[in-house]
Design a protein around this ligand. Structure first.
Ligand code: UD1
Ligand code: MG
Length: 516
């Protein structure tokens, strides 16, 4: 595979440079462009700041606060896509520079070169043809398809910010956006098999569906991957509403760490920098000859070249994303001066789907989404209409204490409930018993008229309200009310714990279960 660069150190260093550039550009552009977003009507009121409830006269002054710009994520996405477009030639530079057309630079193609000399004997044409064969078209197509999917996701998110798209349309659009990715996945002879953990490899149990512990999912695997793209985009969008939570920094950093575990870096590119380093620092480094021969190998570095390439690809997409996240967080952190909007939720979600699918680590990716998966599963009664779902489920500000408290959804009285909502109320009662929701009930009626007692004969009144089923509300319910920034930190801590768990699962239990 002559197209693979010998080692990614230089490209990764440039990618780190792009991340810094992304941070500086986004941090500087948001305040400059935000007034234009507000002028065009793309703005929203921070619901968790005093004065949001205009009915309170004492807070009238704060009510006059200007609206915060919405959809500043479009600035982040634009900077990111432009920087990645600029970066596009870099991983392929060795194939684009004239020296790479020389047969000596392509030892493994030498025999092919001999066969490719054109009838008219034009050596230049032969060399060009050889160069075009050597160019990694599939890898580049993958890069372009990723950019295309990211552009579609950004466009969808921006449309959502402008038009408030309905859920029934929000779900399928990321699936369509992922089609170019799936095509490149298939073109690269993408694996559609799932290896079962050792405990499930029982011949009698699995029979025809699995051979040697491998299940051949075929088209179902493509369905799974397209669902992954819609999950990543929407799950970030519904775990939102509190300053700072919509920038999924911890997930991006975790993916970067996972990528680094697969890569080996040579330190030789640092040698030319030695004369420019401060003397005190240079004195601490090994001499140039030693540095040239040294490579920094991550603990879990795997041998496979293709595996390393996939993780390098993931790194090139994740590093600038981290820069963009930091740039947006500078303005979105409590007390927020700008909202990232649906644009950024969809864009960042699609960036994760792209690297998860094309990097072939979708299961690890899902494990890094633990809070989002938990929030989605916990939200399903409201998302699927079993429990009424208000337009906004974000927590509520208690103006007396300045802290956040869980927000509530109104449950219709028994007489007006649909059958589906009856099931929902039964589910809410079960969740209440395990402390996962707080319910508001009518005053207890005489024993005979009691309802929703779960069959236990308890004298409880009819359910008329429940805390909204989101992880943010649950954190407030279980761990007590806190200020908005403390809630963001709490969620970030959960995300970090989730990532640690994901790594333990992948590199501990996973290795044992799959016998790696
Ligand atoms: C999703 C959630 C909704 C949540 C909303 C908050 C579901 C099904 N939908 O809806 O429950 O209320 O996100 O983003 O779970 N806002 C703040 N503070 C912030 C961020 C946003 O007050 O830190 C408010 C602003 O008024 C902003 C609005 O939320 O204008 C944006 O809401 P939007 O992104 O349109 O909501 P959805 O994504 O549709
Ligand atoms: Mg949103």
């Amino acid at each position: 595979r002559p197209h693979e660069s010998a080692e990614p150190t230089v490209t990764v260093l440039v990618s780190v440079g792009l991340a810094l550039a992304a941070y500086s550009l986004v941090a500087a552009l948001v305040p400059q462009l935000a007034p234009h977003l507000v002028n065009k009507g793309l703005c929203g009121k921070d619901m968790l700041k005093p004065g949001f409830r205009r009915a309170e006269p004492a807070l009238e002054q704060e009510a006059k606060r200007p609206h915060s710009p919405e959809a500043t994520g479009v600035i982040g996405a634009a900077v990111y896509i432009l920087l990645l477009a600029l970066f596009a030639p870099l991983p392929y530079l060795s194939h684009l520079l004239p020296s790479s057309f020389h047969p000596a630079a392509l030892p493994s193609l030498n025999t092919t070169a001999a066969q490719l000399v054109l009838p008219d004997g034009d050596p230049c044409a032969a060399l060009l043809l050889e160069g075009s064969l050597a160019f990694p078209h599939h890898s580049f197509a993958t890069y372009l398809a990723s950019l295309l999917s990211l552009l579609i996701a950004t466009f969808l998110g921006f449309c959502d910010d402008v038009f408030d798209i309905r859920w029934r349309f929000k779900l399928p659009i990321p699936i369509i956006a992922s089609v170019p990715l799936l095509v490149t996945y298939a073109a690269g002879h993408g694996v559609t098999d799932v290896v079962l953990p050792r405990v499930f490899r029982i011949r009698e149990l699995l029979g025809a569906v699995a051979t040697n512990g491998v299940v051949h999912l075929g088209p179902l695997y493509y369905l799974y991957m397209s669902m992954l793209s819609t999950f990543c985009t929407n799950s970030i969008n519904i775990l939102a509403g509190v300053n700072g939570v919509e920038a999924p920094l911890v997930i991006a950093l975790s993916i970067i760490l996972n990528d680094l575990l697969y890569l080996t870096f040579s330190l030789s590119p640092l040698v030319p920098l030695l004369p420019y380093l401060p003397a005190a620092l240079a004195a601490r480094l090994p001499p140039a000859e030693a540095l040239a021969g040294m490579s920094w190998t991550a603990g879990f570095a795997h041998g496979s070249r293709a595996l390393a390439d996939r993780h390098a690809f993931s790194l090139y997409f994740m590093l600038p994303l981290v820069g963009v996240c930091f740039g947006l967080l500078k303005h979105n952190w409590y007390p927020s001066r700008a909202f990232v909007g649906d644009t950024f939720c969809y864009f960042s979600g699609m960036a994760f789907a792209v690297v998860g699918i094309l990097g072939h680590f979708s299961k690890t990716l899902l494990a890094l989404f633990v809070p989002q998966v938990a929030n989605f599963v916990y939200s399903t009664p409201q998302l699927f209409g079993l429990v009424p779902c208000p337009r906004h489920r974000l927590p509520r500000l208690d103006p007396a204490t300045g802290t956040l408290v869980p927000s509530w959804a109104v449950v219709p009285p028994r007489a007006l409930r649909t059958r589906r909502q009856e099931v929902g109320v039964a589910l809410l009662c079960a969740l209440e018993r395990v402390g996962l929701v707080a319910l508001r009930r009518e005053p207890p009626a005489p024993p005979a008229a009691c309802s929703n007692s779960g069959g236990g004969g308890e004298a409880k009144g009819d359910v008329i309200g429940c805390t909204n089923l989101t992880v943010l509300n649950l954190l407030l319910l279980r761990a007590g009310s806190v200020r908005e920034d403390a809630l963001t930190r709490r969620l970030a801590a959960c995300q970090v714990v989730g990532s640690v768990g994901a790594f333990a699962l992948r590199y501990g239990a996973g290795r044992w279960a799959y016998g790696e």
